[in-house]
Write a protein that binds this ligand. Structure first.
Ligand code: ADP
Ligand code: AMP
Length: 214
């Protein structure tokens, strides 16, 4: 099963992708996580990507598409995967489509987690991330057991640089302009599924499971 998570930054794509990954035994592929790991390790890709990420802009398609196609060509993606944060532009979606068609393959579901912009600002201000293992928390809605410490790996949690309110506003503009058109793109392919992302995390998850288990 191959799944794409769509939705604004902060809609809950990563939160849900991790839960789906666990339940269905599929790898969670997040381009944002891949970029952050590269930034942490000081690689040339990380240094280049950081320039765009800190400004709330998208990393150029040429860079992003390559790292994504390399990632999904790995062995653990043979039986499927969940894409979180990719595609974010129509050209990215077209390249993915073409690569899959060449393999006689396709995406099964594009799940759009719908959350209005008003709710997003709140969520992002409260998001805390573990840059060591990729886990994500919220100070109110999904607090770690010990404040500021990752439940999963014990490392310190941080407020992501790009979660500052001004950058979030910029990211939302970029989302509406460049990423939202993907909803229509996947609707036309007949694989779009919409869920109400304003609900409590487990309710959102149950809605997704009922789509995938149909
Ligand atoms: P995305 O991957 O779409 O950017 P995240 O999954 O990181 O979004 O979620 C953004 C923030 O909102 C995180 O702090 C997360 O814990 C919180 N969150 C996710 N889903 C919900 C929900 N249904 N209700 C309240 N908070 C949520
Ligand atoms: P995310 O963790 O998905 O919120 O992504 C964080 C940032 O990484 C984004 O704001 C972009 O700058 C960059 N990024 C992640 N995925 C992509 C993508 N598919 N295309 C372009 N930039 C991306």
């Amino acid at each position: 099963m191959k799944i794409i998570m769509l939705g604004a930054p902060g809609a809950g794509k990563g939160t849900q992708a991790k839960k789906i990954a666990e339940k269905y035994g599929l790898p969670h592929v997040s381009t944002g996580d891949i970029f952050r790991a590269n930034i942490k390790n000081g690689t040339p890709l990380g240094i280049e990507a950081k320039k765009y990420m800190d400004e709330g802009k998208l990393v150029p398609d040429e860079l992003t598409v390559k790292i994504l196609l390399d990632r999904v060509a790995q062995d653990d993606c043979k039986n499927g995967y969940i894409l979180d944060g990719f595609p974010r532009t129509i050209p990215q979606a077209e390249v993915l489509d073409k690569a899959l068609t060449e393999l006689n393959d396709k995406i099964d579901y594009a799940i759009d987690v719908e959350v209005p912009d008003e709710n997003i600002i709140n969520r992002m201000g409260g998001r805390r991330a573990c840059l060591a293992c990729g886990a994500t928390y919220h100070v109110v809605f999904n607090a770690p057991k010990k404040e500021g410490i990752c439940d999963a790996c014990g490392k310190e949690l941080v407020l992501r640089d790009d979660d500052a309110p001004e950058t979030v506003k910029k990211r939302l503009d970029v989302y509406h302009e460049q990423t939202q058109p993907l909803i229509d793109f996947y609707n036309k392919k007949g694989i779009l599924k919409e869920v109400d992302g304003t609900k409590e995390m487990n309710d959102v998850f149950n809605a997704i499971v009922s789509i995938l288990d149909k």
